[in-house]
Write a protein that binds this ligand. Sequence first.
Ligand SMILES: NC(=O)c1ccc[n+]([C@@H]2O[C@H](COP(=O)([O-])OP(=O)(O)OC[C@H]3O[C@@H](n4cnc5c(N)ncnc54)[C@H](O)[C@@H]3O)[C@@H](O)[C@H]2O)c1
Ligand SMILES: [Fe+2]
Length: 393
Amino acid sequence: MTRSDISEFLFPGQLTRYAGASGDVGDLLCARGVPTGAICVVADSIVHANGLTADLLEGLAKAGYEPQVFADVIGEPDVDVVTRAAVAAAATNPVAFVGIGGGSALDTVKLVAYSVASGTPLRDLKGPAPLVPGLGPLVMVPTTVGTGAEATRVAMFAVDGAKRAVLSRQFVPELAVLDDALVQRLPAPVVAATALDALAHSVESMMSSTSNELTWFFSGEAARRIFAALPAGHKGDPKARSELLYASFLAGVSLNAGVVLGHSLSYVLAARHHLPHGVGCAIALPYCLAYNQTMSARDGKSLAESVLGQSDATLRDVAEAVRALTELVDLPTDLDAYGTAAEEIPFLAQSVVRDYPRPTNPVPLESVRLGVLLEHLRTGDLRGAWTAMGELA
Ligand SMILES: NC(=O)c1ccc[n+]([C@@H]2O[C@H](COP(=O)([O-])OP(=O)(O)OC[C@H]3O[C@@H](n4cnc5c(N)ncnc54)[C@H](O)[C@@H]3O)[C@@H](O)[C@H]2O)c1
Ligand SMILES: [Fe+2]
């Protein structure tokens, strides 16, 4: 395959973006021919408690639907919460499934819809899931500026403490609704972590061997917008927040190419230290770039130019810029605060290779080289990591 070949590019059936759009989901479903009946609404618990589901629910009722709310999604979902939601949903025979919240609620509703349509026990789902007739329709209303789950074929959940990805083209929703009003009161630390997750999606997907011209287009757009908007968005600027919501969607579309080593590192670090997903991704991204510095020189140069919007930028500049942005929004850039011991590093490196292999990473994952990388990450020595990864190439 060359960069201009595209084997498959998925995009939501419809994108709707304006302040207040969540109140119009009922009308949008009517317009798409969804018959009246029960609607399974899976909501993040804080989002629901803060009243951010009110417009959605009112609009659904006005359009003649009966919303049935499951609002027990508290943090990143595990198999138990998803199973409870699926059992509740199945009892109401829903005509559509709506997720409202961050990636946690959106991933939950994807898995709920899959379970209701297939009857498959959720514990059995891992990796690519078989197609099932009659899944959905799915509607996704994000309230964080991070995962882009409203554009992806991925659903993440934890089983026995380990993070799992389930993949299905049927998880790309019929309707993605970006309502700027929902992210205006998002706490600053959540803005920081989730926007850096989106930045990791855009930059990592550019390194993936399955990327193509179109995924690069979305990646570059997303990354430049996040660099430009995050400082003001973090402080609460309404336009910048709207921009970040849009950029996280664009980065979600770039995930047609998938993520690479940075997300594997972040899953292992997050499991060890209970870090929010975006915090692990932000710490890992500069080191992912260091590891992959030997990717094709032409691709590395165009990645750097596209992400930073400067013609003479290098991959190293991207890593430094990501780190500076992470510091600017008050997130950690090393593991100092978490007390990772040097003796743990070989185990963590092996876990990256064994539990989260990345055949699409441009440089093969090797546990010895990853151990050296992780030792530099532990202490925040990006310069040392860059030199060591260059020498070990
Ligand atoms: N499906 C995908 O393609 C994909 C991609 C990347 C990550 N993920 C997964 O998504 C999950 C993380 O999602 P996330 O980063 O969006 O975080 P999240 O959904 O866990 O939300 C983070 C926190 O923000 C709160 N919150 C959300 N919206 C709010 C609002 N508008 N106002 C106030 N508080 C709000 C939530 O209650 C929660 O405490 C992880 O499980 C991750 O693995 C999925
Ligand atoms: Fe992510």
